[in-house]
Design a protein around this ligand. Structure first.
Ligand SMILES: Nc1nc2c(ncn2[C@@H]2O[C@H](COP(=O)(O)OP(=O)(O)OP(=O)(O)O)[C@@H](O)[C@H]2O)c(=O)[nH]1
Ligand SMILES: [Mg+2]
Length: 267
């Protein structure tokens, strides 16, 4: 892929001609959003826009984000939950309005986010011609049950070429705006509607890969996030997420004709 990026000072202050927008989808993240926004400001890529797409939080997330210096705080356009997909699509629209060349999604519940995460995710897109980067991490052994028990096994069966992705549900994903827009606009062309809920992350991975985009997974270190506190005692709380991720992968497997040779799959 061709880039027109000019790197002015690659080490100390990685100012580039590409405009970077960072997008947080938030649902009750008042405890973590301010640190997260402060961390983004530390990035040596100096994101021009920090966009928050809030899912009707009732804990003051939107105000906290404004106080911390988010440049745009919007409410997700539909009151439908889980609404991560709706929020991501709205975030892409907002980044387009901000004139972004590159948009980076970060989860808002991360306790140990740093400017280095932003740098690590943005760098391969700006400097090495990748269309998309995706974060992977070290996580607590009981964290990421849907990734371990649903997403990765299902990808191994139906999309073996994607089985090397450690975190197919990563919320830390950076891509060129052109790639985000091409993916979102597929909705208009065929039946590949991006899901509204939890299926969105794996949907972006599968569709980006099937469209031939160059994708790199980058290591971000340890990930501490508050959502794990919600299900560490009872993974049954992940039922809805499991159902939506499972359905999305099945839907994609049908679309990409991965059932035609199912009798040859041997496990
Ligand atoms: N706007 C909006 N944001 C959401 C919604 N649901 C989740 N989010 C945000 O999406 C991000 C990911 O959600 P989490 O609940 O942390 O889920 P996760 O960490 O991907 O999943 P686990 O690894 O299973 O914990 C967080 O920033 C949430 O605040 C929603 O319905 N609307
Ligand atoms: Mg989380």
């Amino acid at each position: 892929m061709e880039t027109t990026t000019t790197v002015k000072n690659a080490k100390a202050d990685r100012a580039v001609d590409d405009k970077v927008s960072v997008i947080f989808c938030t649902k009750n993240s008042a405890d973590t959003i301010q640190n997260a926004i402060e961390a983004v400001k530390e990035s040596s890529y100096h994101p021009e826009a920090i966009i928050v797409v809030d899912g009707f939080s009732n804990d003051g997330t939107a105000d906290a984000a404004k106080q911390a210096g988010a440049t745009s705080v919007i409410t997700q356009p539909e009151k439908k939950f889980p609404g991560k997909g709706i929020a991501m699509k709205a975030g892409i629209e907002e980044a387009k309005k901000a004139g972004a060349d590159i948009a980076l999604f970060l989860d808002s519940d991360i306790k140990n986010l740093s400017g280095e995460w932003v740098d690590t995710l943005v760098e391969p897109v700006v400097q090495s011609g990748y269309d998309m980067t995706r974060g992977f991490y070290e996580r607590q052994p009981r964290d990421a049950a849907v990734t371990k028990l649903i997403a990765r096994p299902m990808l191994s069966v139906f999309f073996p070429e994607l089985s090397h992705f450690e975190q197919p549900l990563s919320g830390e994903v950076c891509a060129r705006m052109q790639a985000w827009q091409d993916l979102v606009n597929m909705e208009k062309e065929n039946s590949a509607k991006p899901p509204d809920g939890w299926g969105i992350d794996v949907w972006f991975l599968i569709e980006a890969a099937m469209s031939g985009h160059k994708i790199k997974e980058v290591f971000l270190g340890r990930k501490e996030h508050t959502s794990f506190d919600g299900y560490r005692e009872d993974i049954g709380k992940l039922h809805k997420m499991s159902e939506q991720v499972l359905f999305t992968i099945l839907h994609e497997a049908v679309k990409h004709k991965r059932f035609e040779h199912y009798d040859k799959i041997s496990l």
